[in-house]
Design a protein around this ligand. Structure first.
Ligand SMILES: NC(=O)c1ccc[n+]([C@@H]2O[C@H](COP(=O)([O-])OP(=O)(O)OC[C@H]3O[C@@H](n4cnc5c(N)ncnc54)[C@H](OP(=O)(O)O)[C@@H]3O)[C@@H](O)[C@H]2O)c1
Length: 214
């Protein structure tokens, strides 16, 4: 942060409980991309509480968060259906999605077999349609602050990511081991304003943009 006399302070204070040591072999750009998307994905799956063989719907399964939730869920034997652009379908199947539904189809919800045990909402405006696809007594977790009122015994909640050093360390190891793949692009710090505009407009193509001091 800028100091009063025109120089930049070089120290940042952070709570130990919020940080993890970057493991050997983890590229700093990959590390920079991981905390928010990784912890959100991980904590969403904890909140959904699904087990092997159960079915999960992720709206925006190709976005920075959804693609990590997809991989963590698939590794646990959960059967994942995602909504995404058709152009992302092959990549997402390769990461474990059983089914990829094109969200540009206005009747995407009508093309999906319902009865999901859980739904993760990572695209605004999709929660209500997703709720109708969740089985009685299932769970819905929204990242977009629009969890609908529960019905048919469905638990429907908004989730907000929280720092967690142990979870972050676990996720970082998974990236090093190649069990979690992120779509990351490094950009020079000077491109920050343009990158911010791109992300704000939802045009980052599901990539995490990481600004690097050169
Ligand atoms: N509550 C929390 O703690 C928390 C934490 C992290 C993120 N979030 C929220 O979660 C949401 C997702 O964030 P993110 O960073 O994971 O996503 P992201 O990477 O920014 O997702 C961007 C992609 O979403 C796709 N998309 C747009 N509308 C869609 C729709 N209706 N259905 C399916 N896909 C759609 C687009 O794909 P195409 O380019 O192929 O069109 C776009 O590339 C955001 O609203 C974000 O604010 C919340």
């Amino acid at each position: 942060m800028p100091g009063g006399s025109g120089f930049w302070a070089e120290r940042v204070l952070i709570t130990a409980a919020s940080a993890a040591i970057c493991p050997a072999g983890l590229d700093p750009v990959q590390a920079g991309a991981l905390p928010v998307a990784g912890l959100t994905a991980y904590q969403s799956l904890e909140a959904l509480g699904l087990s092997r063989g159960q079915r999960l719907l992720i709206t925006n399964g190709g976005g920075a968060t959804g693609v990590l939730a997809l991989q963590i869920a698939a590794a646990r034997g959960i059967e994942v259906t995602v909504t995404a652009s058709a152009s992302a379908a092959e990549r997402l199947r390769g990461l474990g999605a059983l089914e990829v539904v094109d969200y540009h189809d206005s009747d995407w919800a009508g093309r999906v077999r319902g009865g999901f045990d859980g739904a993760l909402i990572a695209a605004g405006g999709t929660a209500q349609a997703a709720l109708s696809l969740v089985r009685d007594g299932g769970r819905l977790v929204s990242l977009t602050s629009d969890a609908p009122t529960g019905e048919r015994g469905i638990t429907s909640t908004d989730l907000y990511v929280r720092p967690d050093a142990a979870q972050l360390a676990h996720l970082a190891e998974a990236v090093v081991e190649g069990k979690l793949k992120q779509n990351v692009e490094a950009l020079p710090l000077s491109e920050g304003p343009a990158a911010f505009a791109q992300v704000s407009a939802g045009q980052a193509g599901g990539k995490k943009l990481v600004l690097v001091l050169t």
